[in-house]
Design a protein around this ligand. Structure first.
Ligand code: SAM
Length: 222
């Protein structure tokens, strides 16, 4: 990859960490956490899932890492949607040379007007429902787009403590509700130290290291 392309990748914000072969995008998280760690739970399911006959939808795909994994794992049809158009998605798709449909300017609520009921075998809803005023409705909307026996993976943030909580937003600085904002994402086994004092924390030897690697050849557990 030439220097111009590397500079272009580095300049773009909100880029998942993807290994393009001769360059790895830096990822959108700081160095104290492994790259893409909020998606480890999703990866754990995808590792075990045969998607080779699945029509897939990745809602709120951002720069598209999950869509690309699905395609690389052999899904015949992958559609990524997002409220915004991310240059990172367009660039990554081009570099990887993948045939993933990208529909932008699409709010989750728009989905039933675009896709038929029962259209998808697999829907990924990762890091999205905490952006939505009515998270349960978001899940119900996606549920209607699934075929019978279809599968939906929902990844989201969690609140601290054992008491039930309801929060109206996730602003850490100035939450509408009094409880502090969301603590962190539910992550894979072995990463439970992330729960301490409301911030992602990993022991020294795990910092910056992930149990998964995402590259041109797909998703690899490492
Ligand atoms: C935290 S990012 C998660 C990105 C990716 N799915 C992941 O897990 O890494 C949230 C994504 O949801 C999108 N989003 C936010 N509100 C949305 C809405 N109402 N409808 C659809 N997408 C939305 C954002 O543009 C962003 O790409």
């Amino acid at each position: 990859m030439n220097a111009v392309m590397i500079e272009k990748i580095d300049r773009l914000k909100r880029f998942h960490a993807i290994d393009f072969g001769d360059y790895i995008s830096k990822g959108r998280m700081d160095n104290n956490v492994p790259p893409n760690y909020t998606l480890f739970g999703v990866y754990q399911f995808l590792e075990k899932l045969d998607v080779k006959e699945m029509t897939c939808l990745d809602v709120g795909a951002m720069s598209g890492i999950v869509s690309f994994i699905l395609k690389l794992r052999g899904a015949p049809q992958v559609t990524a949607t997002d409220l915004y158009k991310y240059d990172t998605f367009v660039l990554a798709r081009e570099i990887l040379g993948l045939d993933v449909e990208y529909r932008t300017g699409v709010s989750l609520k728009d989905l039933p007007a675009i896709f038929n009921k029962g259209h998808f075998d697999l829907i990924i809803l990762a890091g999205v429902i905490y952006h939505i005023f009515s998270p349960l409705e978001a899940i119900a909307i996606c549920r209607n787009l699934l075929k019978e026996n279809g599968l939906m993976l929902v990844e989201t943030a969690m609140a601290r403590g054992k008491e039930p909580k309801l929060m109206l937003n996730t602003e850490m600085e100035d939450p509408i509700a009094q409880e502090k904002g969301t603590s962190d994402h539910v992550v894979s086994q072995g990463y439970d130290e992330v729960l301490r004092d409301g911030r992602a924390r990993f022991s020294e030897d795990r910092r910056g290291r992930a149990p998964y690697h995402v590259s041109r050849s797909g998703l690899q557990a490492i």
